[in-house]
Design a protein around this ligand. Structure first.
Ligand SMILES: [Zn+2]
Ligand SMILES: [Zn+2]
Length: 395
């Protein structure tokens, strides 16, 4: 059966490479990925999947193939949003290729083994959290496991992630000639006081909550001789749990309110991007992934990391079904994430090799979960235990 999967992926490699390259050459930002969505769904339709587009958000899709036999439902997550300046510098074009290929590979044996396979087109990972919207819409509710690999500088079994709460502060003051500043109220002063207050807040964050707070002043006034009547700041509050990230954001809001009181300005806050939950890890899925990596000759595999500072919308899915986002090496360690070099690596020879091997590995993980009921039970049991430990077990 594994041979059939490999053969299927091998036979279609030129198409997968073309998908990855076309996405690379036509990068689209989050929530604007209409061409990418069409490219991928056209392919999946031609490969015999039943496809629905724009299910929870306009640029998402769900592609499904059901066998006639009952069995587990395995999903491969597919990202395709790019970044400003560096295009596919996070390599989401390659994620798309690997997941489409893995799903088509597994589909080739699904009539025999039973079950259902899905490609979830999950847009806007970088900022607007397609997976969050799709999770909220219940699209992952019946899925037994959600799988993906992210390009990286090392092979790995994945990592936890920080919850992220994005908050925007807007300050409204009053203009005046700067030589008669007493007639005005400086929104910039309020922003600067808030910025400094938040800097002081960091010291009082709980140590085990792995807190990162970073922000920028977006508007600081127009002219030195005019007291600024508008200023805004955008912040990310990251912590191990979304509730603590929100608690920090609340404290920061109190600081901003104090700054307003001091400067005679007023405040408006808004959540300007999508909040992300942390990621629920699944070590059993990690073990299976490791086994498949090794079978395909991919070595030097980093174990699951638990000290990540970054955030991802994969977290939302991980609260609903067992989820894994492993890493596959496509570049050397000096290549930075979110860089032009990383984008180029997705269409390099090494990138093409990773496209094939990543797809095979993912498809094999899916096959094991479908064929080995006990294994899937273990994966699900761990998921339940971890959710219970977090105190978020669904009723
Ligand atoms: Zn990414
Ligand atoms: Zn990224």
């Amino acid at each position: 059966m594994q041979k059939i999967i490999k053969k299927t992926i091998e036979n279609n490699m030129e198409s997968y490479k073309k998908l990855v390259k076309t996405l690379y050459e036509n990068p689209e930002l989050g929530n604007q990925e209409f061409k990418s969505q069409k490219l991928l769904t056209d392919y999946l339709k031609s490969a015999g999947f039943e496809v629905q587009s724009g299910v929870a958000v306009p640029t998402d899709f769900v592609a499904k193939y059901s066998s006639k036999k009952e069995g587990p439902k395995i999903a491969f997550m597919c990202e395709y949003d790019a970044l400003p300046v560096v295009g596919h510098g996070c390599g989401h074009n390659l994620i798309a290729g690997m997941s489409v290929a893995a799903c088509e590979g597994l589909k080739s044996v699904i009539d025999e083994v039973g079950g259902e396979v899905y490609v979830f087109g999950t847009p806007a990972e970088e900022n607007f959290g397609g997976k969050v919207s799709m999770s909220k819409a219940g699209l992952f509710n019946n899925i037994d496991a959600a799988l993906m690999l992210h390009p990286s500088t090392q092979n790995g079994l994945g990592s936890d992630s920080n919850a992220l709460y994005p908050l925007k502060f807007e300050f409204f003051g009053k203009t005046a000639h700067s030589c008669n500043a007493y007639l005005g109220a400086s929104a910039l002063d309020a922003a600067v006081m808030t910025y400094q207050g938040i800097n002081m807040l960091r010291q009082f964050a709980k140590p085990k909550q792995r807190v990162f707070i970073h922000g920028v002043i977006k508007n600081g006034g127009e002219a030195a001789n005019v007291i600024p009547d508008y200023s805004s700041m955008e912040y990310y509050f990251r912590a191990k749990t979304i509730s603590y990230a929100m608690e920090l954001a609340k404290k920061a809001t109190t600081i901003a309110e104090g700054a307003c009181l001091a400067t005679g300005t007023t405040l408006k806050t808004s959540v300007y991007e999508c909040p992300y939950e942390d990621t629920v890890l699944n070590y059993k899925l990690g073990e299976i992934l490791k086994e498949k990596f090794i079978e395909e000759g991919l070595n030097d595999i980093k174990p699951i990391e638990t000290d990540s500072g970054g955030s991802t919308d994969v977290g939302a899915v991980s609260y609903i079904c067992p989820t894994i986002q492993g890493y596959i090496k496509i570049a050397d360690s000096e290549v930075a994430g979110h860089s032009v070099e990383m984008a180029d690596a997705t269409v390099s020879e090494v990138g093409n090799k990773a496209l094939y091997l990543g797809a095979v590995v993912l498809a094999k993980v899916g096959l094991s979960l479908i064929k080995d009921e006990k294994l899937l039970d273990e994966v699900k049991k761990e998921q339940k235990e971890r959710l219970a430990a977090i105190g978020q077990l669904a009723t």
